[in-house]
Write a protein that binds this ligand. Structure first.
Ligand code: AMP
Length: 220
């Protein structure tokens, strides 16, 4: 079973990916996480990458594909859950080619639909634990609300991502509309797209996703 989570920034891809991973034991691939790890290197490549990501722009398809291929070479779990990939039509075409070579394909693309003003509020309020990656929000009551600066689960300090601010959000959202949203038609034409109203609590969203998987399981 191969799944893509397609969504604008801060729509809850990471949260849903974690829940899906726990339930179905998938190989959760977040290209954002792969890139953040590469960007933490102290060399010129790492610094350049950090700069691009902090601006809110997309990283080049070549760099993303190289990191992804390296990750897949080392993976033994072939049930793939893509979180933040593909983000361009070119990436989607390359992914299709890559899977076809292995006689494999994408089964589900879940589009997490959230309104723009809610996304902005979520992004500026998002705080993440340095240690266990738990996500909190200082702006939105329904999203694991948090006023102190330490994690409830492990006590470690929380941080704000370098691109979780209003200025970078504008660029990230624009990149999403221009380069990523054409994927909605791309996957709709292939009859793989499932639109999920994601202006709701994470449990309700997860439930909608699981119902679709369970109802279609016999097809795969
Ligand atoms: P995310 O963690 O998915 O919100 O991604 C954070 C940032 O990483 C994005 O704003 C992009 O700069 C970069 N990024 C992540 N995935 C991709 C991708 N598939 N293609 C291009 N850039 C990406």
């Amino acid at each position: 079973m191969n799944i893509i989570l397609l969504a604008p920034p801060a729509a809850g891809k990471g949260t849903q990916a974690e829940l899906l991973d726990k339930k179905y034991h998938l190989n959760h691939i977040s290209t954002g996480d792969l890139l953040r790890s590469a960007a933490s290197r102290e060399d010129d490549f790492g610094k350049k990458l950090k700069e691009i990501m902090a601006s809110g722009a997309l990283v080049s398809d070549e760099i993303v594909l190289e990191l992804l291929e390296k990750h897949l070479e080392q993976s033994t779990n072939h049930n793939l859950l893509f979180d933040g990939f593909p983000r361009t039509i070119h990436q989607a075409e390359l992914l299709d080619e890559m899977l076809e070579k292995k006689n494999d394909k994408i089964n589900y693309v879940f589009l997490l639909d959230v309104e723009e003003d809610i996304l902005k509020k979520r992004i500026t309020g998002r705080r993440i634990c340095k240690n266990c990656n738990s996500v909190y929000n200082v702006n939105i009551e329904a999203l694991n609300p948090k006023q102190e600066n330490t994690c409830d689960k492990c006590g470690e300090m929380l941080y704000q991502r370098g691109d979780d601010n209003e200025e970078a959000f504008k660029i990230r959202y624009q990149e999403y509309i221009e380069k990523t949203s054409p994927l909605i038609n791309y996957y709709q034409d292939k009859q793989k797209l499932y639109r999920i109203d994601s202006n709701q609590q994470k449990e309700i969203i997860f439930d909608s996703i699981c119902k679709i998987i369970e109802n279609n399981k016999q097809l795969f």
